[in-house]
Design a protein around this ligand. Structure first.
Ligand SMILES: N[C@H](CCC[C@H](N)C(=O)O)C(=O)O
Length: 288
């Protein structure tokens, strides 16, 4: 099986090209994602992404993302930048702006070319939704700040209370503003948030330290993949949370461990994300 490993700021995925031929049936995809993502017995990545022909006439492509644990996410910001570069470089489209169908809806990447080479990708990530005080998320994002106390079991019968802002980018995110991201015990808190009963679909959690009105440092614990170097949908959620809680403006550089993403929450309500997309390797996956 031919796979292409790519990454966006170190958030890496294995791409299975369903434009060039058939992909395995649905029932084997979770196990395939787990197997190829395994950093010891497999190739190693944060998950598996399928590039597929669209079902929706509006779209030129369809993306499915599976996390390293085999669970299927609705969207992937770093992954869709990589998909956009890959389909252009393989000649599946000559357009530099197109629609990709995802479980989170129609997502529009726009390629930035320099001498015909994809230098960066800007993605219209759609309209965020804020939780309404009763997590999980519902209803459109509004300017009103919405912060919710959340008691999180932190092991050995103890619990801590955090103030969180939950934002959906089609996939669920929980943003926790802290004074010092380096002081966050991610290995302990990440799973406690991910599996919190307030999030019946689990949740991607982002600990964010505001450095200024347009700069935030973030550490990520992803639903289904654990600690990653970057999360594109999460960076969008952090920017929206910063704006609605009055901590930042609507244009934010989100500094992730793998590098920065430029996020703008546009006046039309859509969030745009700009960042890189890089190849790592073409791989023949052939376990036996
Ligand atoms: N790394 C991805 C997010 C994957 C989200 C996935 N963990 C989920 O279950 O929602 C990104 O760049 O947006």
């Amino acid at each position: 099986m031919r796979l292409t490993k790519m990454h966006g700021l170190g958030n890496s995925y294995l791409f299975l090209d369903g434009m060039a031929g058939p992909v395995p049936p649905d029932e084997v995809l979770p196990e395939l994602a787990r197997a190829v993502s395994d950093r010891n017995f497999g190739i190693g990545s944060d998950g598996l992404i399928l590039v597929l022909p669209p079902r929706d006439r509006e779209a030129q492509f369809r993306m499915r993302i599976f996390n390293a644990d085999g669970s299927e996410g609705e969207m992937c910001g770093n992954g869709i930048r990589c998909l956009a570069r890959l389909v252009f470089d393989r000649g599946y489209t000559r357009d530099t702006e197109f629609v990709v169908e995802t479980k989170a809806g129609a997502i529009r990447p726009r390629l930035h070319l320099v001498d015909g080479r994809v230098e960066a990708v800007t993605v219209d990530m759609g309209v965020p939704r804020l939780e309404r005080g009763a997590i999980p998320m519902a209803g459109p994002a509004t300017e009103r700040a919405v912060e919710v106390p959340l008691r999180v079991a932190t092991g050995a019968g103890s619990a801590e209370e955090f103030i969180v802002t939950a934002v959906s980018m089609g996939n669920p995110h929980c943003v926790v503003f802290v004074d010092d991201v380096d002081a966050v015990d991610l290995q302990r808190l990440g799973p406690a948030f991910e599996h919190h009963p307030a999030f019946p679909q689990r949740v991607n959690t982002h600990f964010a330290q505001v450095l200024g009105p347009s700069r935030v440092r973030v550490r990520v614990w992803e639903r289904g993949s654990g600690p990653t170097l970057a999360c594109g949908t999460g960076a969008c959620a952090v920017a929206v949370a910063g704006a609605v809680t009055g901590r930042t403006g609507r244009q934010v550089t989100v500094e992730l461990p793998g590098g920065p993403l430029e996020i703008r929450w546009e006046e039309d309500g859509h969030v745009s994300m700009t960042g890189p997309a890089a190849y790592v390797a073409e791989i023949t996956y052939d376990p036996h």
